[in-house]
Design a protein. Structure first.
Lengths: 159, 122
């Protein structure tokens, strides 16, 4: 091919389709990234809201006379929400392995703090005094778990 | 209750016994001790876990399908096995599984390990 003759006619067609293909790929890639980012933010908001709901329910469980009167139901709701939270946390994976371990440790600590005490499902229990250590422990465990939810994550793709 | 620690070779070959908690015990596990209400961890250990280990060489406890387990229940139901059997023997004789609740499996084994460590320290 002589350079003075210019580009061959077919190259114009190939470059047109190649350009369109690249543009299409980049648009799709950007949409996927935006969608994924939006999903993680929604997930994070759901997880935080659930953690706060459980912590508040646990505080009421030990402090509220009504909850003491219906210990079985109150405890069952908390356990059910903890199971939901477990499922929720497993929907994502941390980008860093040590963060994943920190999250699961925080979840265990949160669960143990709330459901570990002897009186958690004791139908004959009495209300805890307002200054009881357990309330500080629940808030500390909640803060630890909320911190771990803020870590960098991505949506888990099951194989 | 005495748990068999030494078994003949023939029993070593026996198939594992599978116990499904939600079907055979309850879908709504209770608290830690019997005095805390029905279906407690203590009741489960005394009426299910120890008798099963007395009869079978290897038992699979399936925790799937229940409404959820408190740490108190798991501690009382399984933790004591670490003290009775020791960690190695517990690993050899039991398996704990849960399709829908892997955290409970982790917690149960952690309690067994803690109790076994406590036993070793004594």
């Amino acid at each position: 091919m002589n350079l003075s003759e210019g580009a061959p006619w077919w190259l114009t067609i190939v470059l047109t389709f190649l350009g369109a293909g690249i543009a299409h790929f980049l648009t799709a890639y950007r949409d996927r990234a935006r969608e994924s980012c939006g999903w993680i933010e929604r997930w994070r908001a759901d997880a935080k809201s659930l953690i706060k709901e459980i912590a508040n329910a646990a505080t009421s469980h030990y402090l509220d006379q009504d909850a003491v009167g219906r210990t079985g139901i109150s405890a069952a709701l908390i356990i059910n929400n903890l199971k939901r939270l477990q499922g929720c946390l497993r929907e994502t994976e941390c980008e860093n392995a040590s963060d994943a371990k920190r999250t699961m440790d925080a979840l265990r600590h949160f669960t143990d703090t709330i459901t570990g005490p002897d009186d958690f499902q004791d139908e004959l229990r009495s209300m805890r005094p307002g200054g009881s250590e357990i309330f500080r422990m629940i808030r500390d465990a909640e803060a630890e778990l909320l911190d771990s939810v803020r870590m960098s994550r991505k949506r888990r793709v099951d194989e | 209750m005495v748990i068999k620690m030494h078994h003949a070779k023939a029993t070593d070959m026996s198939p594992p016994y599978r116990y499904m908690v939600s079907k055979n015990f309850t879908r709504f596990p209770g608290g830690r001790r019997k005095q805390h209400g029905p279906h407690s961890g203590e009741e489960f250990r005394e009426t299910v876990v120890l008798p099963l280990l007395d009869k079978h060489e290897f038992v699979v406890f399936d925790l799937s399908g229940s409404a959820g387990y408190s740490s108190g229940f798991l501690d009382e139901a399984f933790g004591e096995l670490g003290a009775i059997l020791g960690l190695q023997e517990a690993r050899r004789r039991i398996s704990i599984v849960a399709d829908d609740d892997p955290e409970s499996v982790e917690t149960a084994w952690r309690r067994i390990e803690d109790a076994a460590q406590e036993r070793d320290r004594k």
